[in-house]
Write a protein that binds this ligand. Structure first.
Ligand code: AMP
Ligand code: MG
Length: 326
């Protein structure tokens, strides 16, 4: 399925529009909303089909981890594990243009696809009150990258959003022009040393002064050592060796199927989408790779996946997962 034609509505920024946006998100829809940085393209972060819709609408050729937007620190603590550094940064800069990358909490609801399969989660409480109302109305974290086609500039007005995404998303909540226009600063607290992954709306010096230590760069240290072309060590890579474009299972292989091609014959086979739906396949990709690992599969045959639509991002991820590792 490559067609996903939608009627895109422009919602007014009052209680009715917010309620409508919340209902659309809870139903798995895609709603663009203003933040203090740029317009975000939101989907319910716990719903992998909805999150697959984000990648499809943007035409993203790969799966990046998305920032999950939450309403308050209590909600953030359910998603990420806070240490004292996270507590201090949240206290100082939330709500605001700071994203914290934290270890995933056991109570987290943000789905694998929104995290690109990582055991970490990117969290932010936006300063824009309209954005927080939408997130509250959605009833859970809202995953949202910028609301533009992949490769285009980030949108600062509803007109910019519609120019790229009209007919591809369910609604835009009209909050006028975004004031900051710069994206959020991203700080990773996954290691001993806090790391600046991306400069943005909150200056480095302000963060360092709250932490009482300097931020390492994204390029320093273990988290960004490439272990295969385009593959970061921090990215989830399956232990199993993958054989791509497999027409049939070989002896001893488990299978990651698409469209019901493999005859299982006692082997473990998981089907990304028995009906051949690429959005369903995207939604299942990371959790099925994990499940095959958890089952101890050493070698996995992966069925061919069409390279159109979301298939491009799925194939990109599978190629990275299949690349030789030291
Ligand atoms: P954006 O392009 O504004 O949607 O921000 C996405 C960026 O946030 C990603 O490219 C990562 O740099 C960062 N990010 C979000 N979540 C995570 C995560 N779980 N682990 C590491 N980085 C993350
Ligand atoms: Mg962007």
């Amino acid at each position: 399925m490559t067609e996903d034609k939608r009627v895109t509505r422009l919602l007014a920024p009052g209680p009715a529009g917010i309620a409508e946006a919340g209902a659309m998100l809870r139903a798995g829809g895609l709603v663009a909303f203003p933040t203090e940085t740029v317009y975000g393209l939101g989907a319910l972060a716990s719903d992998p089909r909805a999150v697959a819709g984000i990648y499809r609408a943007k035409g993203r050729p790969s799966f990046n981890p998305l920032i999950s937007h939450i309403v308050d620190v209590a909600a953030a603590r359910r998603q990420g594990r806070f240490d004292s550094r996270a507590e201090r940064l949240a206290e100082a800069f939330w709500p605001g243009p700071l994203t914290l990358v934290l270890p995933l909490a056991p109570t987290a609801s943000v789905c694998d696809l929104a995290r690109a399969g990582l055991d970490s989660v990117g969290l932010r409480i936006p300063a824009n009150a309209l954005a927080r109302s939408v997130i509250a109305a959605a009833g859970g974290p809202v995953a949202a990258p910028s609301a533009n086609l992949s490769g285009h500039v980030s949108p600062a007005t509803p007109a910019h959003v519609l120019a790229d995404l009209d007919g591809r998303i369910d609604a835009v909540l009209n909050g006028g022009a975004c004031p900051v226009g710069v994206e959020s600063t991203i700080v990773s607290l996954l290691g001993d040393k806090p790391r600046l992954l991306r400069p943005g709306g909150v200056p480095r010096a302000a963060i360092e002064s709250v932490l009482g230590e300097s931020l390492a760069g994204a390029e320093e240290g273990e988290a960004s050592q490439p272990v295969a072309p385009g593959l970061l060590a921090s990215h989830y890579a399956p232990r199993a060796v993958l054989r791509l474009d497999a027409e049939a299972l070989r002896d001893g292989e488990a299978g990651l199927d698409f469209g019901g091609r493999f005859a299982a014959d006692g082997a473990m086979v998981l089907d990304l989408s028995p009906g051949g739906d690429l959005a369903e396949a995207a939604a299942n990709l990371f959790s099925m790779l994990r499940a095959l690992d958890a089952a101890g599969a050493a070698r996995v045959a992966v069925a061919p996946i069409p390279d159109a639509d979301l298939g491009e991002a799925i194939n990109d991820r599978l190629r990275r997962a299949a690349a030789p590792r030291p």
